[in-house]
Design a protein around this ligand. Structure first.
Ligand SMILES: Nc1ncnc2c1ncn2[C@@H]1O[C@H](COP(=O)(O)OP(=O)(O)O)[C@@H](O)[C@H]1O
Ligand SMILES: [Mg+2]
Length: 276
């Protein structure tokens, strides 16, 4: 199974919202890891299954001491909590200061998440697909090792001219930075978020600017405040009827298929195969 990483080239296009949407709709067992160096919002945004706040003492930060000696998948899984709606999440660091202190976690996390995707071991459940909220990625990201360890990298981009031009430049630079020592790279693509009712054509044009030999088109998500509110801690009646969740099913199916294909290519066991 695979590591699928969501990121933004600039601004706040909806990375966390989309990562939560993907976790909610993912067709296989998944763990969402909040790995935004600017600080996570999950703890503030999503309650536990009983409506109570998540446990603030569980998440990436408690892994710091362990990470200095190398991090195992089971140790990351120990920090996961189930949230309302049933997704399993590992809450991120509190802010940039904690992120700076968490250096060893950033170095060790990619390897541990790959292990989490690689199947049952004596001490951990799984295998899981791992969904990563990597936040905004600028020059010199602290979590470059984690991005490089991903099987699929998904850039969220709003269908606005400035956003698209920044994303194009960022993806070009990132393409070089993500290359691994063996010459391979994560499969990389874009999801354009925009007004699909009145300006679907513009969203397509934006995707056209971004897509190329190294960047694939992974779909569109609508601007839908009611749907986004579902993933911001607001209760919405019939979330499955929102435009975001309906369009999300198509995008998530595309991402899950891409994840499965990369895991298979890499010689790993695809979901359901051989697991008697
Ligand atoms: N598809 C969407 N339609 C409408 N609003 C959205 C959408 N995705 C995100 N938002 C809103 O945009 C803001 C930023 O979203 P968030 O997911 O936190 O972005 P990021 O993680 O990229 O900073 C939030 O108020 C969120 O509710
Ligand atoms: Mg975010």
């Amino acid at each position: 199974m695979a590591v699928v990483t969501f990121l933004s080239a600039k601004g706040s296009p909806g990375v966390t919202t989309t990562a939560l949407l993907a976790a909610a709709l993912w067709p296989r067992p998944a763990v969402l890891v909040e790995a935004d160096p600017a600080g996570g919002d999950l703890a503030a945004r999503v309650p536990g299954p009983d409506g109570a706040p998540l446990d603030a003492d569980r998440g990436l930060l408690p892994l710091l001491t362990t990470a200095r000696r190398g991090l195992r998948a089971a140790q990351v899984l120990d920090q996961a909590q189930v949230v309302a709606g049933g997704s399993r999440v590992v809450v991120g660091v509190g802010g940039p200061e904690q992120s700076a202190a968490a250096g060893p976690v950033w170095s060790a996390l990619g390897g541990a998440l790959r292990e989490l995707g690689q199947g049952p071991s004596h001490d951990s459940a799984g295998p899981f697909d791992v969904l990563v909220d990597a936040g905004r990625v600028g020059a010199d990201p602290v979590h470059l090792d984690l991005l490089r360890a991903s099987d699929v990298v998904v850039a969220l981009v709003r269908s606005e001219v400035a956003a698209v031009l920044h994303a194009r430049e960022r993806l070009r630079v990132l393409g070089g930075a993500l290359r691994r020592p063996d010459g391979s790279s994560p499969r990389t693509g874009v999801v354009v978020v925009g007004d699909l009712r009145r300006a679907a054509r513009r969203a397509d044009d934006c995707a056209g600017v971004l897509v190329g030999p190294a960047v694939e088109d992974l779909g569109r998500l609508p601007l839908d405040p009611a749907g986004a509110a579902v993933f911001a801690g607001a209760g919405t009646a019939r979330p499955e009827r929102t435009a975001l969740v309906r369009a999300g099913r198509t995008v998530v199916a595309t991402l899950a298929a891409a994840a499965e294909a990369t895991a298979t290519t890499a010689g790993r066991v695809p979901a359901g195969a051989g697991a008697a």
